[in-house]
Ligand binder design. Structure first.
Ligand code: ADP
Ligand code: MG
Length: 252
């Protein structure tokens, strides 16, 4: 059997005395969509941030595609900045609050990473950025600054910006939680389109219906552990654990 595209093994992360991720292990195949659900404070954002190396794990191993990075808890053994940056570039992150560069147009936001990090020639970066803006339905907004865009439009630019780095996996941390209800659909539709194209994705979401629809695998996080993991028909519709059932009951 082929090796999984993403493998997380025995990942641990603490902030001081607060152990937030306790020995997380999971595997994701190429093209899979994984929905991560669970109560506030259970460690979902921390796990995404560790996969993206925005947060440095204390221990464990992360493989994304061809790259593996290992943390053994000793500060002296931290991987070099260069290998961290290279690894980080293989994961595209989309945040709840968009985090666009406010002083750049939509087009410049999408071009920035390829030009500065990947050293893509400007003309090529611009052509690719326009194609990505077209893909998220915003080509005609290319020259708009973020403050002239709606929340849904900003989030679609943020998705295009992450895609511009040609990541191996896309990570979404509650990408629709900050949006007015009428703008949620346009962002979910873009994510659905990516799923159809075979993009490997991890979505932290409270949109349980959406998770059921697009996810191949659902992970229920509780107190820093993967409490349940499996297809949506099990984890969402027929959870084994009482805590999962209680959490999901709030969305009924
Ligand atoms: P979730 O996304 O599931 O709501 P988080 O991963 O944001 O949970 O948070 C899990 C725990 O980690 C919380 O107790 C939170 O206070 C703590 N935490 C997260 N980030 C930090 C940080 N940068 N410094 C200290 N504690 C943090
Ligand atoms: Mg969170």
């Amino acid at each position: 059997m082929a090796r999984p595209l993403i493998e997380i093994a025995n990942l641990k992360k603490a902030f001081g005395q607060n152990v937030v991720l306790k020995d997380i292990s999971l595997q994701i195949e190429r093209g899979q969509v994984v929905a991560m659900i669970g109560p506030s404070g259970s460690g979902k954002s921390t796990l995404l941030r560790c996969i993206n190396l925005l947060s440095i794990p204390n221990a464990g191993r992360i493989t994304v595609g061809e790259q593996t990075i290992e943390f053994d808890g000793a500060r002296t053994a931290l991987p070099s900045e260069r290998s961290l940056a290279r690894f980080r570039a293989s994961t595209g992150m989309v945040f709840q609050h968009f985090n666009l560069f406010p002083h750049m147009t939509a087009l410049r936001n999408v071009m920035e990473g390829p030009v500065t990090v990947l050293k893509t020639p400007k003309a090529q970066a611009e052509a690719e950025a326009r194609a990505l803006l077209a893909k998220v339905g915003l080509l005609e907004r290319a020259d708009y600054y973020p403050d002239k865009l709606s929340g849904g439009q900003k989030q679609r630019v943020a998705i295009a910006r992450a895609l511009a780095m040609k990541p191996t996996v896309m990570l979404f941390d509650e990408a629709t939680s900050a949006l007015d209800p009428e703008l949620v659909g346009e962002v979910l539709n873009v994510i659905k389109g990516l799923a159809r194209e075979g993009m490997t994705m991890i979505l932290v979401t409270h949109e349980i219906g959406f998770a059921r629809e697009v996810a191949d695998q659902v992970i229920f996080m509780r107190d820093g552990i993967v409490a349940e993991c499996g297809p949506p028909g099990i984890v969402i519709d027929n959870p084994r654990q009482e805590s999962t059932r209680a959490f999901l009951g709030r969305f009924k």
